[in-house]
Design a protein around this ligand. Structure first.
Ligand SMILES: [Ca+2]
Ligand SMILES: [Ca+2]
Length: 232
């Protein structure tokens, strides 16, 4: 057996020598030419994925003072006070009409009351919210706000509800941008909403509820459960 193995090994060495396969030939097996370089070639790596242009440098701008977290967009709770008319008309101003109240002409969308304009042909209620504390994020162009409002009419009345959110400058005199639902009329509570980036310079948000009487003696463009939140 020992002899037989010896002969077999010898034949194997000869075969390897004839075919050129031997210890000195193992190099090419791991030679770089054997490795498909295209697989790991840098051109194959999608540089756009980590391209610096993809990284929002404004967020990590070295000039940002992270100690005060000022250039980060803020996520906030509801910035509207008394947004469901559960505390009378506190925090709201009757801009047009003098008959606003917290009514229950229909089942409220939230709580026990909804905003009710009363009898005026045109009525407007408004609340101004300061967002000065988010000025740095706003002026960096990364601060969004979302407004939500539920509206409904009475019965088959043609009365309308309209929600407007104005982005105001520091003087509150200049409207930099605005969401405007237009006059709408829904038989059931319907959510109106809008999300957008606050324009540079925004310091106040003015939420306006506008109701127009289209039929009957009451102005039945109702509102309830209003919210305004900051978003990244
Ligand atoms: Ca309510
Ligand atoms: Ca009416």
């Amino acid at each position: 057996m020992r002899f037989a193995y010896g002969v077999t090994f010898a034949l194997l060495l000869m075969a390897c020598a004839r075919t050129g396969f031997g210890p000195e030939d193992r190099g090419p097996l791991i030679d770089s030419s054997v490795i498909d370089s295209s697989v790991i070639d840098s051109s194959v790596i999608d540089s756009s994925v980590i391209d610096s242009s993809v990284i929002d440098s404004s967020v990590i701008d070295s000039s940002t003072d992270y100690s005060v977290d000022s250039a980060h967009a803020h996520t906030t709770g509801n910035l509207v006070l008394n947004g469901g008319c559960e505390e009378g008309l506190s925090n709201w101003t009757q801009v047009t009409g003098t008959n606003w109240s917290c009514g229950a002409e229909v089942s409220p969308q939230e709580g026990a009351h909804h905003f009710f304009a009363g009898v005026d042909l045109l009525a407007e209620l408004a609340q101004v919210v300061s967002v000065t504390e988010m000025a740095t994020a706003i002026d960096t162009g990364i601060q969004r706000f979302r407004v939500e409002a539920f509206v409904q009419r009475f019965g088959q009345d043609l009365d309308t509800s309209r929600v407007v959110l104005e982005y105001l400058d520091s003087t509150k005199a200049l409207i930099l941008d605005a969401y405007d639902s237009g006059d709408v009329n829904f038989a059931v509570w319907t959510l109106l909403s809008d999300t957008r980036f606050a324009p540079v310079g925004t310091r106040h948000l003015r939420l306006r509820l506008v109701a127009v009487r289209g039929s009957g003696s009451d102005n039945d463009g109702y509102f309830d459960n209003l919210s305004l939140t900051g978003l990244p």
